[in-house]
Design a protein around this ligand. Structure first.
Ligand SMILES: [Zn+2]
Length: 394
């Protein structure tokens, strides 16, 4: 991964906020760093922090996408013992410079406690791919050494901010190149926009090279019987899915060589038991796909009973979401993204293309191991994520 920072272009941006917009867009335009609304960035100016607002995507963000929040209010919030989601959102809104702004990102408190002007957060594929393997933490430790702070997975939002606050209370921040949130993503930071951005690129470049050397796919175990994709197959698939979701379904097929090979793997159930690429994907894709091997109805029924079981195991007082898969792996064919419109199908298609690529690489590094089912459930049913989805879709 190479920096796309253009010094000539950067001279056009005379304010810190304009520079913040520029490098946020650079990060957002690289799909190996963030996908569709993923990631967030911030800049501290005076006694305010301007942090990505809910509903904005980094690739197209502009200045109004960075609500200004009172910095000290956020820093004090990290010192609380507990804070409910409702209180967090309310207190952040109270501390807004302009009450008409969107809600600041759920990671606003974490951005606030990092004592550098520019803070960048992505879900870089290469970093989470290594992290999502059984020896991931050890591999990352060896790669980066002391200069990288590794944080075990905890729920994003207040809990994560609090964890980082506790872990960094006695640390010399200048000794750190960045923070890796295991199974989730990366933070980089600096007092210059260009430095923060290029630190991110360097962190990711290092693991991309590592993956090229260590995750060459040589041996994969394939099953035997596969589906045949013809008109009657796709018609039946579409009609069954429309019945399940109660609306029209747009299907977008992924049939790259990588996707076809992946679909033939024998251990798909095991792989998907072990979580998404990065936690927030689950609100778009559900925790696992339908796996279809010759018989469509059988594949969909298996998905439904698996989802019901997952819900029953982890639900406290939540209401179950619909039972329609958001994508299916079709044995021998690849995958199909299932959206209620072109936009949703496109978002799911991109997420699953990147997920399959990461999962394939992980097969040669000991397998795939991301979040526990209970963590996946907490993310899927987290009110703040469901609110974000409702806003983004409407
Ligand atoms: Zn994140």
């Amino acid at each position: 991964m190479k920096s796309t920072f253009d010094d000539n272009q950067a001279t056009k941006y005379s304010t810190d906020l304009a520079m913040r917009v520029y490098t946020s867009q650079l990060l957002g335009r690289d799909m190996d760093l963030v996908l569709h609304g993923g990631g967030n960035t911030s800049v501290k100016i005076g006694d305010k922090i301007y942090v990505k607002g809910s509903g904005w995507n980094l690739d197209t963000i502009e200045e109004p996408g960075f609500p200004g929040v009172d910095l000290q209010t956020l820093i004090q919030m990290a010192k609380l013992d507990t804070l409910s989601d409702t209180d967090m959102v309310a207190q952040q809104r109270n501390a807004l410079e302009d009450k008409n702004s969107p809600n600041p990102s759920i990671e606003a408190i974490l951005h606030a406690i990092i004592p550098f002007k520019f803070v960048d957060h992505t879900h870089a594929d290469a970093v989470v791919t290594i992290s999502n393997t059984p020896e991931g933490e050890k591999r990352l430790q060896e790669l980066y050494g002391e200069k990288m702070l590794l944080i075990n997975y905890v729920m994003p939002g207040f809990v994560l901010a609090k964890e980082v606050y506790e872990k960094t209370k006695d640390i010399d921040w200048k000794s750190l190149d960045g923070i890796i949130l295991l199974n989730h993503g990366v933070f980089s930071f600096a007092d210059e926009a260009k430095t923060a951005y290029e630190k991110m690129i360097n962190i990711v470049d290092k693991v991309e090279i590592y993956l090229k050397e260590n995750a060459r796919v040589t041996t994969l175990n394939f099953g035997k019987s596969f589906c045949k994709l013809d008109e009657s197959f796709t018609d039946e698939l579409q009609s069954e899915l429309e019945k399940l979701r109660g609306t029209k379904i747009i299907m977008k097929f992924g049939s790259s060589i990588e996707a076809v090979n992946f679909s033939k793997l024998e251990n798909l159930d095991d792989i998907f038991k072990n979580g998404p690429l990065t936690p927030e994907h689950v609100i778009r894709t559900k925790p696992f796909p339908a796996i279809i091997n010759e018989n469509i109805k059988e594949g969909l029924d298996a998905f439904i009973s698996r989802y019901k079981k997952y819900f029953k195991t982890h639900a406290k007082d939540e209401i179950m979401l619909d039972l329609a898969p958001r994508y299916a792996i079709i044995k021998g064919v690849g995958f199909v993204a299932l959206g209620k419109d072109e936009k949703e199908a496109g978002i799911i298609f991109d997420i699953i293309s990147h997920t399959i690529s990461a999962m394939t690489k992980a097969q040669n590094m000991g397998g795939w191991k991301s979040l526990k089912p209970s963590d996946i459930f907490d993310m899927e049913y987290w009110e703040l994520e469901q609110a974000k989805l409702a806003k983004a879709v409407s």
